[in-house]
Design a protein around this ligand. Structure first.
Ligand SMILES: [Zn+2]
Ligand SMILES: [Zn+2]
Length: 144
């Protein structure tokens, strides 16, 4: 069975991006990472193995994956450095901890968006998907 990294690499190649050793390493690093890391966090992890890798390479590769629909992009703050990347491309919601900044996936039972409240306020607006962010404190932060 193929793992997530392999299928993401195949998709990336199909999208016309050259699979350089650095890009392959970036994909392998994020493919099974469900912590929604920032490009900066991935860059710091990869730099130990790839001392010549630049932040731009990491960010642009993740951004290209997002542009092809192979990666979710989560802007949780106004700072572009705070953009979190998400290898889970299924429709899902997020729980964000205001204490430590951790982000956890919340699966949804149906990817049918709840159109009723919007239809009443935004005439003619067609809902394509619904992404909710729940803010609060994770288990660890609410104990301390
Ligand atoms: Zn927390
Ligand atoms: Zn997610």
């Amino acid at each position: 069975m193929k793992n997530r990294a392999d299928s993401m690499l195949a998709d990336l190649k199909r999208a016309g991006l050259k699979l350089t050793p650095q890009r392959i390493a970036i994909v392998r690093e994020i493919a099974d990472d469900l912590t929604h890391p920032t490009a900066q966090a991935l860059f710091e992890r990869l730099r130990t193995t790839f001392p010549t890798m630049s932040f731009a390479t990491v960010y642009n590769t993740l951004d290209a994956l997002a542009g092809c629909g192979l990666m979710g992009k989560l802007a949780l703050g106004p700072d572009s450095r705070a953009v979190r990347f998400d290898p889970n491309t299924e429709v899902h919601h997020h729980a964000v901890c205001d204490g430590c900044g951790s982000v956890v996936d919340i699966p949804v039972e149906t990817d049918e968006p709840a159109v009723l409240p919007l239809a009443a306020t935004l005439k003619g607006f067609r809902v394509l998907r619904e992404e909710r962010t729940y803010r609060g404190l994770c288990d660890r932060c609410s104990r301390s």
